[in-house]
Design a protein around this ligand. Structure first.
Ligand code: SF4
Ligand code: SF4
Length: 451
C-alpha cells in the first residue's frame, strides 16, 4: 500500500489537533438517492396492529423467551435474555398482551422464536420500564440490549471490552452513512447531536480512549455542523470525502488514523474502536435515561409514495412501514431491508423490523440488475479489482467459488472481503461476485477458517 500523505488538510479540522485526509483504495460513487428523505424529520409511525418481536436480533447466542402466551407486558420490559457474553436481551416496545411465542422466518434467513404482542390501544411513548441502575455502564448497556445499529447488530458490550493486549486510544463514531438511499443516521446526527456526543463520551470513558473522532461524509455538512455545535475540545468532527464504502470499519480507521487493520486481526489492533452514531445514541439512552433499545429510525425510500424516516417499534411488520409511507409506487422490482449495497432481499413483507434494520428500500425493475449465477463470462476487464477497497481480485475468487474450489478462493483471500458489493456494482458482465465470495467465505468458515 502507498504510504499515506499525512499532511493535514483544511476541510476536516473542526476541533482538536490537525487530522490527515486519507482516501482508501478503490470504492465507487453510486447515485446516492438520498434527496427524498434527507430533509424528512423522523416521525413515529402509526401503531401496528400486532408486533412480532424476535427473541434474537443480534449476532451471537440467541436469547430464550421470558414470557408466554397470555402474559401482559410493559413497554421496555425484558421479554428474552440468555446468560452469554455475546448476546443482547430483547425488550417489548409496547405495553400489551403476548398472543403467541412461535418459530418464524426472519430477514436474516434464519428461524427464531418470535413473541407476538397485541399492543394496548393507548401507549405512553415517553415512559418505559427502566434499565436497572448500576455503577457499571457496561452492565447498563447490556441490560438495555444495545447492539451495533449500523446493520451488523453485534452486541455492543463485546466491543466495549476489547482484549487487554489491545488498548483503545481512539474512539471513531461512524456517521458516514455511505449506502445509497439511507438517511436514518443523518437524521440521528441532525436531530440528536447532543445525545450522540454524550454517547461518544460514555463509550470513550468505558474503553479508556483519549481521542474521540466523529467521521461524517461531506454530503452531510449540516450534520457535521450540528455535531460541532455540541462537541467540546475533546471531540473532533472529521469530514471525509463521499465515497462508498467510506463507512466500512477498516476504511474509516484508515481515513482517521492512516493505519490498516492487519490481516486476521481485530480492528482493535490499531488502537481504534468504531461505533455507529445510532449506537452511540442508544448507549447514551441506556446509561443516562435507563432506556432499553426497543425502537429505531428506519428510512423507507425508493418507489414508495411518501419516502420517510420513521420511528419504528422493533417487531413491526415491514408491510406496515410500506403503508406508513403511502404504499408502493410504480414498477417495484425488488424490496431490500437495509441499503441496496449490503442489504437483504425481502421475500415476505410480514417479516419484522429488527435492531439492525436501517432501511426498507423499494427498487424499481430498472434499478435491479439481473443476477445470472455466473452464466455471463468474465471479460477480464479488471474493474472489480480496481473497485475493491480490500485490494482483492474479486473475479478470481468468483471463478473459484463458481466451481466450488474453496482452496482457490482462500488463496485469493476471500476471507478478507468485507462484502461491500462494489465489485458486483461495477461488473459489466453482471457477475454476482459478492454472492459468490460470500458463499466461499461461508464454506471456508465451515471448514474452520476464522475471519
Ligand atoms: S471483493 Fe469484497 S471487499 Fe472487494 S469489492 Fe467485492 S465485496 Fe467489496
Ligand atoms: S468486473 Fe466482471 S468482467 Fe470485469 S474482471 Fe471483474 S468479474 Fe470479470
Amino acid at each position: 500500500m502507498v504510504e499515506p500523505d499525512l499532511k493535514p488538510t483544511d476541510n476536516h479540522i473542526a476541533k482538536g489537533p490537525p487530522v490527515p485526509k486519507l482516501g482508501f483504495k478503490g470504492g465507487i460513487h453510486p447515485t446516492d438517492h438520498k434527496a427524498a428523505t434527507r430533509s424528512a424529520p423522523a416521525v413515529r409511525m402509526p401503531m401496528p396492529a400486532r408486533l412480532f418481536v424476535p427473541v434474537s436480533q443480534h449476532l451471537g447466542a440467541p436469547c430464550q423467551p421470558l414470557v408466554s402466551r397470555g402474559d401482559l407486558v410493559q413497554r421496555g420490559q425484558t421479554i428474552a435474555d440468555v446468560d452469554a457474553m455475546v448476546s443482547a436481551p430483547v425488550h417489548s416496545p409496547v405495553a400489551g398482551e403476548v398472543i403467541s411465542v412461535n418459530l418464524r422466518r426472519l430477514l436474516s434467513g434464519s428461524t427464531a422464536l418470535v413473541v407476538e404482542i397485541l399492543p394496548d390501544e393507548h401507549q405512553d411513548w415517553d415512559s418505559w420500564m427502566l434499565v436497572p441502575e448500576s455503577d457499571d455502564a457496561i452492565a447498563m448497556v447490556r441490560a438495555a440490549g444495545v447492539v451495533g445499529l449500523g446493520g451488523a447488530a453485534f452486541p455492543t458490550t463485546v466491543k466495549l471490552t476489547p482484549p487487554r493486549d489491545m488498548p483503545i486510544h481512539t474512539l471513531i463514531l461512524n456517521g458516514c452513512e455511505c449506502e445509497p438511499f439511507l438517511t436514518c443516521d443523518h437524521r440521528v446526527m441532525l436531530e440528536s447531536p447532543d445525545r450522540v456526543v454524550a454517547g461518544a463520551r460514555i463509550i470513550a470513558d468505558i474503553v479508556g480512549a483519549e481521542r474521540i473522532v466523529i467521521g461524517v461524509e461531506d454530503n452531510k455538512v449540516d450534520a457535521a455542523d450540528a455535531l460541532r455545535a455540541h462537541a467540546g475540545s475533546d471531540v473532533e468532527i472529521f469530514v471525509v470525502p463521499t465515497s462508498y464504502p467510506q463507512g466500512a470499519e477498516k476504511q474509516l480507521i484508515y481515513a482517521v488514523l492512516g493505519k490498516e487493520v492487519p490481516h486476521g486481526k481485530l480492528p482493535a489492533a490499531t488502537g481504534a474502536l468504531v461505533q455507529n452514531v445510532g449506537t452511540a445514541l442508544a448507549v447514551a439512552d441506556a446509561v443516562q435515561l435507563r432506556k432499553p433499545l426497543m425502537e429505531r429510525i428506519v428510512t423507507v425510500s425508493g418507489s414508495v409514495v411518501t419516502p420517510a424516516n420513521l420511528i419504528v417499534c422493533l417487531g413491526t411488520p415491514l408491510r406496515d412501514l410500506v403503508a406508513a409511507a403511502g404504499g408502493f409506487g410504480p414498477d417495484v422490482g425488488r424490496v431490500i431491508a437495509g441499503g441496496p449495497m449490503t442489504g437483504t432481499g425481502v421475500a415476505d413483507l410480514g417479516m419484522p423490523v429488527v435492531k439492525g434494520t436501517s432501511g426498507l428500500i423499494a427498487l424499481t425493475t430498472s434499478q435491479t440488475a439481473p443476477c445470472v449465477n455466473g452464466d455471463q463470462a468474465c471479460i477480464r476487464c479488471g474493474r472489480c479489482s480496481d473497485a475493491c477497497p480490500m485490494f482483492l481480485q474479486p473475479f478470481a475468487i468468483g471463478i473459484y467459488a463458481n466451481i466450488a474450489s474453496w482452496d482457490g478462493a482462500e488463496h485469493f483471500h476471500a476471507l478478507d472481503c468485507i462484502e461491500c458489493g462494489s465489485c458486483s456494482f461495477v461488473c459489466p458482465s453482471r457477475r454476482p461476485l459478492v454472492q459468490l465470495i460470500r458463499l466461499a467465505k461461508h464454506r471456508l468458515m465451515e471448514r474452520g477458517a476464522k475471519l
